[in-house]
Design a protein around this ligand. Structure first.
Ligand code: ATP
Ligand code: MG
Length: 399
């Protein structure tokens, strides 16, 4: 057993001592069978949340309405969720309420894919009620139970199926794929934030190309924000020999670059996907930089204005497209910049106001930017006296 499970065994033991069942479930069991590194250890139990809370000294109600209590043990946190069914579904979204049950089988039945419906006893024995082990071995993505029905209950499961196909480099089983094709339009009812998570995991996965093909043939893409007219772009992505994408920033930058997006089109797309402002800023700038790399128009000022993180994103995309700059060269060029940001300049607005008796205003801003440009491009040495003299000249010229 992985160390994470060994450490958690005591917690399961305590639940069993109190007379309830407890199992490892979900992604960590799947990843253990695959011999992958596991991230979070999820525990399922027949004990109700109130009963779990009586067993442990330190607990936090992190999601008690859907049955999850977090137990703190030896500085670690474990999410313990009561067996549950998700009975009433509305509008193909998540269930509006859950029902706690005492049976493991009921809990495993409501899970999305056979490979995600395995449970493991503390001694390592696996409980496999839906042939999840076979599917793991054969590399199949298969819905638990009747696929049609399961995608009706929660349409996000279709996106999860394609994302796991990419992450694990598995093939979606025929019947499940057919059910996705048939129900793709239901994805419209799912919150964008949830689709977003799966979409990015798909693109960053081990085999995004196969998953993208499924995304296209099932028509799922049509029901994602602003993707309806992007078929040709995804097809273009399928033609790249090596489509290994390292970050979400790079994933969107690639998509926006291939779409020939202006800054405002980038922003519109990413807002439709409810992205963070950080992501929007990075992708907007990086998309422009990819273009400059391709046209061999990179210069010191672009390096400076982009910042290293965005340069790396742009260059990762340029590399996928076949015109990237050698990473060591990119790093050297950046390191060679006289200053990395304007706070490193030896003068600022305050210095100019004080020394040259200039009033704050747009003119001051213009002069400062001009000086900044000259420092960055090596035309001026970054020394107070030198910059003051240059600033004075600039003001006189403006006058
Ligand atoms: P990851 O490694 O990405 O965390 P995971 O399988 O653990 O993968 P989670 O989203 O953490 O995915 O969900 C944990 C478990 O809950 C899944 O393994 C699955 O059994 C179940 N599950 C998650 N989302 C759904 C869903 N939409 N419908 C049914 N079961 C789900
Ligand atoms: Mg998980």
């Amino acid at each position: 057993l992985p160390a994470e499970f060994e450490e958690a065994k005591e917690v399961l033991g305590a639940i069993q001592q109190a007379g309830f069942e407890a199992y490892f479930v979900g992604g960590s069991v799947r990843d253990t069978v695959l011999k992958f590194k596991i991230h979070d250890v999820d525990i399922a139990t027949s004990a109700y949340p109130s009963e779990v809370k009586k067993i442990f000294k330190k607990t936090v109600d992190t999601g008690i309405e859907h049955g999850t209590v977090t137990v703190l043990d030896h500085g670690r946190a474990y999410e313990i969720t009561t067996f549950r069914t998700e009975s009433t579904y509305q509008d193909f979204r998540r269930p509006d309420h859950v029902e706690f049950v005492r049976s493991l089988k009921e809990d495993l039945k409501r899970r999305d894919l056979t490979i995600n419906a395995l449970a493991m006893r503390p001694d390592g024995e696996i409980i496999d009620l839906f042939n999840g082990l076979r599917d793991l071995k054969e590399g199949n993505i298969r819905a638990v139970g009747i696929a049609e029905k399961r995608f009706h209950e929660d349409a996000l499961r279709m996106m999860r199926a394609v994302r796991f196909a990419s992450q694990l480099d598995f093939a979606i089983e025929k019947n499940t794929l057919e059910a996705i094709r048939h129900n793709a339009r239901l994805l419209q009812n799912v919150a964008v934030e949830r689709i977003h998570v799966e979409w990015i995991k798909l693109l960053l996965g081990k085999n995004p190309k196969t998953a993208l093909k499924d995304f296209l043939v099932t028509d799922l893409y049509r029901y994602c924000p602003l993707f309806a007219d992007k078929k040709a772009i995804f097809e273009k992505m399928l033609t790249f020999e090596n489509l290994q994408i390292g970050s979400e920033d790079a994933a969107w930058t690639l998509l926006c670059y291939l779409s020939n997006f202006s800054s405002s089109a980038v922003k519109k797309m990413l807002r439709a996907w409810k992205s963070s402002n950080d992501l929007i800023d990075n992708v907007t700038i990086a998309t422009g930089v990819v273009d400059l790399i391709e046209q061999q128009k990179m210069n010191t000022w672009i390096y400076y204005k982009s910042g290293f993180h965005r340069l790396e994103i742009a260059n990762e995309v340029a590399t996928i497209l076949g015109f990237g700059i050698d990473h060591a060269v990119l790093k050297e060029n950046y390191a060679a910049l006289p200053i990395k940001n304007k706070h490193e300049m030896k003068i600022n607005g305050g210095t100019l106001i004080k020394n040259l008796r200039i009033k704050p205003g747009p003119q001051l801003g213009r002069v400062l930017t001009e000086i900044e440009h000259m420092v960055v491009t090596g035309k001026l040495e970054n020394q107070t006296a030198v910059l003051l003299k240059a600033a004075k000249k600039q003001f006189e010229m403006e006058e």
